[in-house]
Design a protein. Sequence first.
Length: 471
Amino acid sequence: MTKINMAVFVSGSGSNFENLVHHFQSSTIADIVLMVSSKADAYAMTRARRLGIPSVVMGKAALNDPGQMVPLLRRYGVGMIVLAGFLPMVPDYLINMFPQRIINIHPALLPKFGGKGMWGHHVHEAVKAAGETKTGITVHYVTPVCDGGEIIAQFDVDLSPEDTVDDIAAKGHVLEMTHFPKVVEQVARTLSEQPAWECGVRKQILLINDMAGYGKVATAAMLPILSYMGLPVYNLPTALVSNTLDYGKFNILDTTDYITGVFPVWKELGFRFDAIATGFIASERQARIVSRYCLEQAASGTVIFVDPIMGDEGKLYNGVTPAAIRSMREMLTVAHLCYPNYTEACYLTGMPYHADGVTAAEARRLVDALREVGAKSVLITSILVDGVHCVTGYNHFTDEYFNLEYTEIPVHFPGTGDIFSAVLIGHLLKEEPLVASTRKAMDVVAKLIELNKDNTDKNRGIPLENFLYLI
């Protein structure tokens, strides 16, 4: 069971919000971690301050801007949204990001007295005018159709002909105070019993990397891992490669012309992603196109991961030209996190490569040099620091440097960097800390190498399908 972080959206006094806060104070099911108000002068803001709940005002423009809303909800790890007297229509992008995770309370028995304009006293006036013998409340899932989502629960109360509009409102309010928190808890409990990766925003990731016809590298290695970890994965090939480059002979088709036609179509269709992971870039022209797209996506809240695939052990990979260095430097300018190996870090920064390793001070200077290129957070893999094999890094969220040691297994497989990348990203998109996610990725790679070190044909990579249970 995973505890659910809830955000409550309000527009008015916030009586339902306060009732929910009291209900969930000692809950093991859910926490109310954030209140969002559509109005700066709503009394709910005063309630939030008194109750110690973080609150923020999001007017219509901010609500409809993914660049503002998405980072806010991610910051608080929100996995469920409760509308408690919230007047604006919820934008489609939020509904798509939180499928069956946004619920609303309506002060009438839907489908009667619902839809545009049916809120607050307008509803109670309509109930009175219609001569209804009952009123009530409806809790329902939120869809793009106003008050049209699947009904979760309804509760009613008898009316008499003598009841005024205020009497009708008061009777409905009693139902809200009595039943709404219990229904919210019921929905939260169902969500908390789902696998951990389904709790919170289900993050869609786009892989921009090459696709090998023969061998478990790049997209062919990352896609099954991220899918196994429960993430919706999409891909855009930067090149079609006949086989892994380790065989020495290969054929590569640069897909830059194809990519230039893809982005306009995706933009027209409104496709967007919560994260983008880039790998092999086939040319400087491709780098400019991809980096521009990443920059545009980052402006609306997309996280950019960059693996500057170029070389290892002090030299560039087969088929990789010096022009790739300029291309990868271009990609680093849009990276929230980059993770080159030691060889690639040296090429990217122009710092000398030392086969016998570096000191801790030199490792930090290398990390800082990558940050100067443009990356916010940095990992450098396969680096020997003061004689110890490490992943060294910097987390810009915590402003901390760190070293994670490991024992080297003297066996080479292509694609282990891609495996590291996929596991790392999978855990980061579950809101796990950078250091912990890095360690988990390192441990998975070590286990896979150890289990496959006696394989005859290592050039085709690790047969992942046999070992996904280790992820």
